[in-house]
Design a protein around this ligand. Structure first.
Ligand SMILES: Nc1nc2c(ncn2[C@@H]2O[C@H](COP(=O)(O)OP(=O)(O)OP(=O)(O)O)[C@@H](O)[C@H]2O)c(=O)[nH]1
Ligand SMILES: [Mg+2]
Length: 550
């Protein structure tokens, strides 16, 4: 390779020749730069008044010669693809600084993002001789928040540290992190929250929930970052500086996944993926991913795949490399089985097909339901925020064994049971998928089929985790979704669950303020009162939809 890269415009023939000659020089792999090479670079640099640099490989050979302007130098494209999580690039950048200025932010960013072995700047003295030598290399995560270590030597002629040694030791450190990672086999992520309305507490609560979602999805969370902004950045959602910092942080923590606490626009997720070489998921995609992992029934699986494809469709551009990172869910699970051979047309065809299948399944269920209706058993449906204890309540009331878990979205498929009410009356009680704030419209629509049971209900039991500090927000999120589903007019009974975790005073003031029944689904406390109230609502003289919330 003999081409000189960068700002060569206006250079004289003999200057270019001198620059090309640089390719014949060699440095020792063990030193930062040999005094001879250093002097060669500073002399040309002085005479053309531009920065001059070389990329040296681990044998000390010159791979590229680069010219900049007086203040900076842009590296040629050495490929973004990483050599592997534990590997450095195998290249060190040695370049001149005309005013002997320290390493710049650009220098250090190149070091980190390109995973260079080392970046060095040689000061240029008045006579064109090499002055001080400053260099930096990356350091493993050590809790100090530093990504690199900078050292300065007064001159290139004295002792220099063994570069190769440092770099090899560093790669070993990184490899340790990487193998710790592959033992668990779990994907590692940084979570990114943004507070836009100045309400930090709210953004923090949402981020905590995102952490729970990530845990449920089987992702290992290494860091959580919250940024306050007035408006989202149109290109990157977070600011450019923040994104760079995230990129550095993920490099250091061996993370390859960023999960954003808000929904990114298709162009935002594309830009972020392109400019970071990280995999990007947003809140909706994470929820969809959990649904995809947990859906059991045929209908549930179809609904999740439909929602995933609908979300993906506007995010598909021409065949581009970042697509694979956008399309893959956790652990590379994309929608359906097809994963990555995706093109828009096939996605659209598949969507049409799925909609038809879901429609016909829903008709079948409708028939079953009307058979049931003929038996005239009223339906009581349990609704509420995810993890409120809905399934525990169903189990407690009917002695059944529906899956209960301290994870979000333990239940995806509805289950129905018979329940004997006081005075020998029977009802059907159903448990459904939990709700969550900011549930995307597509997802609500996709789950309409599952949730259609709710429209047949004569009474909704709105279960709330009374011990949750965030319970008011969650209660209103559920109300909002019920509204979206046209269920706001259904008779509703507020059921404050987990009162075993509240003090007597807390419970009393809660009930005084908002009515409803306090229960503990896991200890059985309050269940008789709950049945009693439900019974009165359902079977009271003239009881109907007019009753509203009790
Ligand atoms: N302390 C206490 N914990 C409870 C109570 N009821 C449920 N839990 C716990 O809350 C967690 C969630 O319970 P689930 O019944 O799975 O909640 P869910 O509303 O069905 O959740 P999803 O199906 O995930 O939406 C579990 O760890 C339960 O053991 C209760 O009365 N008191
Ligand atoms: Mg459940």
């Amino acid at each position: 390779m003999t081409d000189v890269f960068g700002n060569t415009l206006g250079l004289k023939a003999n200057e270019l020749r001198l620059l090309r000659n640089t390719y014949r020089r060699k440095a020792s792999p063990h030193e930062v730069v040999s005094p001879e090479l250093a002097r060669h670079l500073t002399e040309i640099s002085k005479s053309i008044n531009r920065q001059v640099g070389v990329l040296l490989n681990r044998k000390g050979e010159v791979e590229n010669v680069i010219v900049g302007n007086a203040y900076r130098l842009d590296l040629p494209d050495i490929g973004r693809a990483r050599a592997g999580q534990s590997r450095l690039r195998g290249l060190r950048l040695v370049h001149t600084h005309l005013k002997s200025e320290p390493l710049t932010k650009d220098d250090l960013t190149d070091l980190a993002l390109l995973r260079l072995d080392l970046v060095a700047a040689i000061g240029v003295l008045d006579e064109g001789l090499p002055g001080s030598l400053e260099f930096a290399h990356l350091v493993p995560a050590n809790g100090t928040g530093h990504y690199w270590q900078v050292e300065t030597l007064p001159s290139v002629y004295g002792d220099q540290p063994d570069v190769l040694d440092t770099v090899v030791a560093l790669e070993e450190e990184f490899a340790k992190g990487a193998s710790a990672r592959s033992v668990g086999g779990r994907e590692r992520a940084i979570l990114v929250g943004v507070s836009l309305d100045g309400n930090r507490a709210r953004a923090e609560a949402s981020l905590t929930e995102l952490r729970e979602l990530a845990r449920t999805a089987g992702v290992e969370v290494l860091d959580c970052v919250l940024q306050a902004r007035r408006d989202p950045d149109p290109r990157y959602f977070v600011g450019r500086g923040k994104l760079e910092e995230l990129n550095l942080r993920s490099m250091q923590l061996m993370v390859e996944l960023l999960i954003f606490d808000r929904d990114l626009s298709p162009s935002q997720s594309r830009h972020i993926a392109e400019d970071t070489s990280l995999k990007i998921l947003d809140r909706t995609q994470l929820i969809l991913d959990i649904f995809a992992q947990r859906a059991q029934s045929a209908a549930g699986k179809l609904q999740v795949e439909l929602a995933q494809l609908k979300y993906l469709l506007p995010r598909l551009s021409q065949s581009d490399d970042s697509l694979s990172r956008l399309a893959g869910g956790i652990g590379g699970r994309g929608p359906g089985e097809t994963k990555l051979e995706i093109d828009r047309r096939r996605v659209r065809d598949r969507i049409t097909h799925l909609e038809a299948r879901i429609e016909s399944l829903s008709r079948e269920r409708g028939v079953r339901r009307s058979l049931r209706a003929r038996r005239e058993m009223p339906i009581v449906s349990i609704v509420g925020y995810t993890n409120a204890g809905k399934s525990t309540l169903l189990n407690a009331l009917t002695g059944s064994n529906v899956l209960v878990e301290n994870k979000l979205f333990a239940t995806l498929d509805p289950s129905s049971r018979r329940l004997r009410f006081p005075r020998e009356r029977e009802v059907i009680i159903t448990d459904t998928v939990g709700f969550i704030r900011d549930l995307p419209k597509d997802l609500v629509n996709a789950f309409r089929a599952t949730l259609e049971e709710l429209s047949e209900a004569s009474l909704l039991l709105h279960v709330v985790d009374a011990a949750d500090p965030d319970r008011e927000e969650k209660t209103s999120a559920v109300d909002a979704i019920l509204e979206q589903l046209d269920l706001a007019d259904k008779p509703r009974l507020m059921v404050w669950n987990k009162v075993d975790l509240l003090s007597a005073e807390e419970l009393e003031s809660l009930l005084r303020g908002s009515g409803g029944v306090g229960i503990s689904a896991s200890t059985g406390r309050g269940l008789t009162e709950l049945l009693d109230k439900a019974d009165r609502t359902l079977f009271a003289e003239g009881s109907s939809a007019a009753l509203g919330t009790l």
